[in-house]
Design a protein around this ligand. Structure first.
Ligand SMILES: C[S@@+](CC[C@H](N)C(=O)[O-])C[C@H]1O[C@@H](n2cnc3c(N)ncnc32)[C@H](O)[C@@H]1O
Length: 309
């Protein structure tokens, strides 16, 4: 489909995304010294940003988190550098899913929070949501805890050490707070399949490859890969959601490749999960997909594109 004025909403960022209008990088380079040092000054006097450079991406995300959310965030060396526009689109979709529930206090689970702990930080700082951040990589856990502390969000965010990489909620639910329920979970799953000889996939002719982002790829193999890639990781979330149907009101996950959306919808359908919704996150040239499902009877918000199995 060609992008036109009429369908701009379909392709655009979420209407409440503060990055819907591109930031004024020249102004921001004047304000933030560390960001200025990774920018290029053009002959016109404007600054430009090289999104293909990892160091630039780190400083850019740090600067945007500070400018728009007053968050001070550090990333573990070599770890995934999150792009803010996408993370915000996901949080805003969750806000839309939560809105009809009219809850006074919202509790969410961030599956694989990474070293930045970005989703939990945004959810807590922006919305006062209580977040349980699960992470299996030790270095990421240390950085995530430090990021929570630096931003004085300890009262809202609990970073839990996932002892078993094959577990999603199981370890936490067995070990801790047997009776505490959550309103949603979110996840940016490890995408690549660690079983493949070249997990990051050099075959550019593969139509099912993750759509190439314009940005440099960041992140360690341990963060970005798992057995069976994102499909198997999300299938594990679904399996564990079946065992914990009332512990989380709305289960959600992101997907990195469009072809995986019908696979996940089929998996849900085979398990008779009928209350399902999907959406797309658009940011610049990068698109990601997300699926939500619930064992409660209220249909998921119409803010998302609803798919009934
Ligand atoms: C793709 S990264 C996402 C990081 C962060 N949420 C973000 O979006 O920038 C996936 C993260 O999940 C973690 N992870 C992998 N398996 C996990 C599991 N079973 N439980 C908790 N975390 C896990 C990885 O270590 C990694 O940090």
């Amino acid at each position: 489909m060609v992008k036109t004025k009429g369908n701009a909403m379909k392709f655009g960022m979420h209407p409440r995304n503060v990055l819907r209008q591109p930031p004024d990088y020249t102004k921001l380079a004047i304000k933030y010294k560390d960001f200025r040092q990774v920018c290029q000054l053009e002959l016109t006097g404007k600054v430009s940003v090289n999104f293909r450079n990892e160091k630039t991406l780190r400083e850019l995300t740090k600067m945007l988190l500070k400018e728009y959310f007053d968050l001070d965030v550090n990333f573990a060396p070599g770890s995934l550098v999150p792009t803010l526009a996408l993370r915000l689109n996901y949080i805003l979709w969750l806000e839309d899913l939560m809105e009809p529930l009219k809850l006074k206090e919202i509790r969410g689970i961030d599956i694989g929070c990474g070293s930045s702990c970005i989703y939990s930080l945004l959810a807590a700082k922006k919305n006062d949501w209580h977040m349980l951040a699960l992470e299996s990589k030790l270095q990421n856990i240390e950085y995530a805890r430090e990021n929570v502390k630096t931003n004085q969000l300890e009262a809202l965010i609990d970073v839990y050490t996932q002892p078993d990489k094959n577990s999603i909620f199981k370890s936490y639910f067995l070990e801790k707070e047997q009776d505490k329920n959550f309103h949603f979970c979110l996840c940016n799953p490890p995408f690549f399949d660690s079983n493949l000889p070249n997990p990051f996939g050099g075959n550019t002719r593969n139509p099912e490859r993750r759509p190439a982002p314009n940005n440099a790829r960041t992140g360690s193999q341990e963060e970005l890969t798992c057995v069976g890639g994102e499909v198997q990781f999300v299938q594990r979330i679904i399996d564990e959601s079946l065992e914990n149907q009332q512990r989380v009101r709305i289960f959600t996950t992101m997907l990195g490749v469009k072809a995986n959306v019908p696979r996940i919808l089929d998996y849900l359908k085979e398990r008779q999960v009928a209350n399902v919704s999907t959406t797309e996150f658009h940011q610049g040239h990068t698109t990601r997909w997300a699926v939500a499902w619930s064992y409660h009877s209220e249909p998921l918000s119409q803010a998302a594109t609803t798919t009934s199995n």
